[in-house]
Ligand binder design. Structure first.
Ligand code: C2E
Ligand code: MG
Ligand code: MG
Length: 768
């Protein structure tokens, strides 16, 4: 018998070892705990093997101590396993764990010390009827303490499990019932052997059985019913439509959202296949494939319903056939509603490509579309046209921004109404529109009369609005469209100040001008370095002809182009901002001259220098000029500063501030070309200039000289009342001097006094 038992226990030990091995396959924390449970179970089984096999009472004594001690740890780690398995709150576990560990260590120690003190039990031999010797124990109170302790822990395990069963839905119970069963089974068999006092404790057998079960539930078992239930729940509540079909293409399941989306009667699932067909056709789905995706865009009521902006939906359809071992298992559709996403995307795309005010293409998109068209139609003859409203800023200033916006919208509408289908048009920015049209469709009249109609539509707007048009004939198709618009703009620049011509073409002259501008800009730097720019002075005299000073007017003694007047280069440099460098050069030359005159004792002469509008952007004008007068130690009052009225009008607040600073330093500020702008009187009100320079020329074209005279009179009177001095430019005769003198003007500049001249001539004539 003994050897049978030994073999049985060895087999159980191997089984337990196998379970320990199993736990190494999982990385979960629970597997680690289980491994420790099985380890201690293995120890207790070894103790039993020893007990069965030995005939030595001391060894049996030791085996019992080992068995009782190891059982403590089996139960403790079972409790750890249970708390982990049931996700028992960690905070509670942490409170009890050290306490339990101490008690168990004391109890295990007590079992071990029993070897010496025999306070818990004593071992004695028993002989069976077969004549075999086994060992039993006589138990004392310390053993009972150990036993009660073990039962309390086992009860705790059961309580934790039952508590969990109570809290979770029935679907989870199976998971916990198995562990409860194992515990009850272990305790039951143990109690059976403890109380029946059999020669050999076979309850250890239940360890092996329990270990296998534990391994299964903790590491292998997957609650399929639970997973299925969850799958179903998820599918049912998904935001996407889900439709399942069996191998015979009969619909077997659809979720709630699919029912609503495709208007399906759940009682008639057989009809679903046919019902879906038109949707799939509209989405151009490739039905032959095992998996495909397609996009339905159409009415939410179905493909047969007329599609409008309001009812349009976008459905992303995904289809998959499922196979098992090569045989068709079934198929399913997943349909996502992408309407919001698509609408957002389209709004975003639209706003990226369109101008928010007029709804026309914006500059970038217009250029892109033009380039695409030129690629698609390599033989078509096209014109790229841009437009610009003259004095649009004025419309904004006088009639308000909303009137300006309304006008832009009317231009946009006119473009929409009149443009032929193959014309591509858009807004280039501010008051500029651009288009590309077929050459054969172009009529000048369209562009001359069109804008007039736009203006007529607005009853209260009576300001004569002039629209300038620049035309570039697409001859170099590979040019970026933006460059084509640059060219039409350059053409337009040539009629910028022209009230007669409304349309300008980019042609050789314009091209030459462009090249000329580029050439000059490239040579400016060198011209300044080599002193090619010369200071000319045009005298300013009183009515007796006494010269008081002169205006500095620049000339370019160009090495290849000859003697250039400012009219040929100033505008170019103003356009590209290089004027600042040139002006600074002229101012410095004027200061040097004033210093020289001062040293020669000609303190009475002043020099007027011109300040361009662009200088305000590229220079700290005040700082530059005051540094110059300091550097050459001249009286700032000798340096007069001419700022044109148009330049003063832009950003008046800033100009006001600068003029105040100039005054504080002692400069004399003059308003050049007074009367050429459109709101001269207004400017005068706000800007405290010392002198205004009116131009005789601006009255030249006047058909009614009497009226012009009256205007001049008013200007003179006004200037006198504001204590502003007047200089009249462009004076060509004594009559003019006399007439203006009569009106109160005391300073004159013009060919009648003298034309601009070289500095040496000026000095010889007026300062000798
Ligand atoms: P502006 O400042 O109004 O200068 C007066 C212009 O009128 C000068 O032309 C002068 O030669 C011209 N002029 C003088 N008397 C008469 C006359 O009796 N009849 C006519 N028809 N014209 C007369 P200029 O020297 O060709 O300069 C033209 C413009 O170029 C100047 O107009 C000024 O705006 C600009 N300019 C000249 N030098 C400079 C400069 O150094 N810097 C800047 N920013 N602009 C300059
Ligand atoms: Mg001037
Ligand atoms: Mg002038």
């Amino acid at each position: 018998m003994k050897s049978y038992y030994t073999i049985l226990f060895i087999i159980i030990a191997i089984a337990e070892g196998f379970c320990v091995g199993l736990t190494f396959h999982s990385k979960r924390k629970i597997a680690k705990i289980l491994r420790i449970v099985f380890f201690w179970a293995l120890v207790s089984i070894i103790a039993n093997v020893l007990l069965t096999y030995t005939e030595n009472i001391r060894v049996a004594d030791f085996a019992y101590s080992l068995f009782f001690g190891s059982i403590n740890w089996v139960i403790y780690y079972m409790l750890r396993f249970t708390t982990e398995y049931t996700a028992f709150p960690l905070s509670t576990q942490k409170v009890f764990r050290p306490f339990l560990k101490i008690l168990l260590t004391i109890d295990s120690l007590s079992m071990f010390l029993n070897l010496f003190f025999h306070h818990a039990f004593t071992t004695y031999p028993v002989v069976t009827s077969h004549g075999e010797q086994y060992f039993h124990t006589l138990k004392y109170v310390f053993y009972n303490v150990h036993l009660i302790f073990a039962y309390i822990l086992s009860a705790a395990i059961l309580l934790v499990l039952l508590g969990k069963v109570f809290k979770t839905p029935a679907l989870y119970w199976r998971k916990y019932f198995i562990v409860i069963f194992i515990m009850v089974f272990l305790l039951g068999t143990d109690a059976l052997f403890v109380f029946t006092q059999k020669v050999i404790d076979l309850s250890i057998l239940s360890f092996a059985f329990g270990s296998y079960l534990l391994c299964y539930v903790a590491l292998i078992y997957k609650p399929k019913a639970l997973i299925n239930r969850m799958h179903r729940y998820i599918v049912e509540n998904l935001a996407d439509s889900i439709l399942f079909f069996d191998a015979d293409k009969t619909c077997i399941y659809i979720n709630e959202i699919a029912r609503e989306r495709f208007h399906i009667d759940p009682k008639n699932l057989e009809a679903v296949g046919d019902l879906l067909q038109p949707w799939l056709r509209k989405a151009k789905a490739d039905l032959r494939r095992d998996s495909y995706t397609a996009m339905y865009s159409g009415s939410c009521n179905g493909p047969t319903d007329p599609e409008t902006n309001e009812n349009r939906i976008y459905l992303f359809i995904e289809f998959h056939r499922m196979y098992e071992k090569g045989k068709l298992l079934g198929s399913f559709f997943r349909v996502q509603d992408r309407t919001t996403y698509m609408n957002n995307l389209m709004t975003e795309r639209y706003s990226m490509a369109h101008d928010p005010l007029t709804g026309l293409y914006n500059r970038d998109h217009l250029c892109r579309r033009i380039e695409e068209r030129l690629m698609e139609d390599p033989d078509g003859d096209y014109l790229v046209i841009s437009s610009d409203i003259k004095n649009f800023k004025l419309i904004n200033d006088i009639f308000g921004k909303s009137a300006g916006d309304a006008m832009l919208c009317r231009i946009a509408d006119a473009l929409r109404d009149n443009a032929s289908e193959d014309t591509i048009y858009g807004r280039l920015g501010s008051d500029k529109f651009g288009l590309m049209m077929r050459r054969e469709r172009f009529r000048e009249n369209l562009f001359i009369e069109g804008p007039n109609q736009i203006i007529k539509m607005e009853d209260n707007l009576e300001y004569p609005v002039i629209v300038h048009i620049g035309v570039y004939e697409v001859s170099e198709r590979r040019l970026p469209a933006s460059v084509m618009f640059d060219r039409s703009n350059i053409a337009m620049q040539t009629i910028k100040d022209d009230y007669q011509n409304r349309i300008a073409y980019y042609n050789d002259t314009v091209r030459q001008k462009l090249l000329w501008d580029q050439k000059l800009s490239g040579e400016l730097e060198e011209g300044l370095r080599l002193n090619q720019f010369l200071l000319y002075l045009q005298p300013q005299a009183d009515h007796f002809g006494r010269v008081k000073g002169g205006e500095a007017l620049v000339r370019w003694d160009h090495p290849s182009e000859g003697f250039l007047l400012p009219g040929t280069f100033i505008e170019t440099f103003e356009q590209n901002g290089r004027i600042a460098a040139l002006d600074r050069y002229v101012w410095e030359r004027a200061c040097q001259l004033l210093q020289k005159w001062k040293e020669e004792g000609h303190n009475e002469m002043y020099i007027s220098v011109n300040i361009s509008q662009k200088d305000f952007y590229f220079l700290d004008i005040y700082q530059t000029l005051s540094d110059l007068v300091d550097k050459y130690q001249i009286d700032p009052g000798r340096l007069h500063l001419e700022i044109t009225e148009t330049a003063m009008m832009a950003d008046m607040e800033l100009k006001q501030e600068i003029i105040h600073k100039f005054h504080a330093k002692g400069f004399c500020v003059e308003m050049d070309d007074f009367g050429k702008g459109y709101s001269s009187l207004n400017v005068l009100k706000d800007l405290p200039v010392d002198v205004i320079k009116t131009d005789m020329e601006f009255l030249d074209d006047s058909v009614q000289p009497e009226r012009a005279e009256k205007i001049l009179k008013v200007i003179m009177k006004l200037a006198a009342s504001l204590q502003i001095e007047v200089i009249t430019e462009g004076v060509v005769s004594q009559e003019q001097v006399d007439f203006l003198k009569g009106l109160g003007c005391h300073t004159f500049q013009g060919t009648y006094i003298a034309p601009p001249m070289a500095v040496t001539d000026f000095e010889q004539r007026y300062m000798a």
